[in-house]
Design a protein around this ligand. Structure first.
Ligand code: 6PG
Length: 232
């Protein structure tokens, strides 16, 4: 799956680069991305397209960049430190800042660097993960107002830990040219089947991800896909 995702990302970036513009890519957080970050940092370490790719995040924990919980730290260690990614192309969410100020600052940074469609930033690719409760980015069940927010970024609170997070809103996610879910592990099989085969049921945040004029792709490993009945 990691190889598939890495190839999918690079194949999506290439046409953008051939248009002569920088691609805007929002990376997902959590543990699942480590696998495809590792492929990007090794197999694609010398890919020349990194020069014209701007890296953002779909969400970040409000922790310092050297925290074990930092999504930026994961990407830096597994991908950026190995590949030829210009540091100036990396736009991290500053988890060490006051959350609301950082949500505003990051929203401005996105507005300055990501092309707009209908006045809303349009990422070339937004990468997402999926929580067992159906959350994605840092939009958790019960906080669908964050998904529907007209803002670019919102401050979220993890329901179990109370940890503050900065997250892209659904307004931006659904404005992307491509949205790519990466989901692995048997522990995600139930929620994957629920979302993909019973989309009208419980309004999970991940169920609301439907790009208005973009392509939605789910990359699943066999375990995460093991309860699907309708897909080949
Ligand atoms: C985060 C993520 C979150 C994650 C899911 C899946 O910052 O934690 O954005 O949405 O993608 O919780 O996490 P795992 O990949 O660790 O299962």
């Amino acid at each position: 799956m990691a190889m598939e995702i890495a190839l999918d990302l690079v194949n999506t970036l290439k046409p953008v680069h051939s248009e002569g513009r920088k691609a805007a890519l929002a990376l997902s957080g959590g543990n699942t991305p480590r696998q495809f970050f590792s492929v990007l940092g090794n197999l694609y370490r010398d890919y020349e397209g990194w020069q014209n790719t701007l890296f953002f995040w779909s969400d970040e924990r409000c922790v310092p960049p050297d925290s074990q919980e930092s999504n930026y730290k994961t990407a830096k260690e597994v991908f950026f430190d190995k590949a030829a990614v210009p540091p100036g192309n990396i736009y991290r969410i500053m988890g060490e800042n006051e959350p609301w100020q950082e949500a505003e600052r990051y929203s401005s940074e996105i507005l300055q660097n990501v092309t707009l469609r209908l006045g809303i930033p349009r990422f070339d690719i937004v990468c997402l993960g999926l929580g067992e409760d159906g959350h994605t980015a840092s939009i958790f069940p019960g906080n669908l107002d964050l998904f529907d927010s007209s803002r670019i970024c919102e401050v979220a609170v993890h329901p179990a830990t109370g940890q503050k997070r900065i997250t892209l809103t659904g307004t931006v996610i659904n404005n992307a040219a491509r949205v790519i879910f990466a989901v692995s592990g048997r522990n995600k099989a139930e929620i994957v089947a629920e979302i993909l085969e019973n989309p009208s049921s419980g309004m999970y945040p991940a169920s609301l991800v439907r790009p208005l004029s973009g392509v939605l792709t789910w990359h699943l490993d066999l375990e995460a896909a093991s309860l699907l009945t309708q897909f080949a």
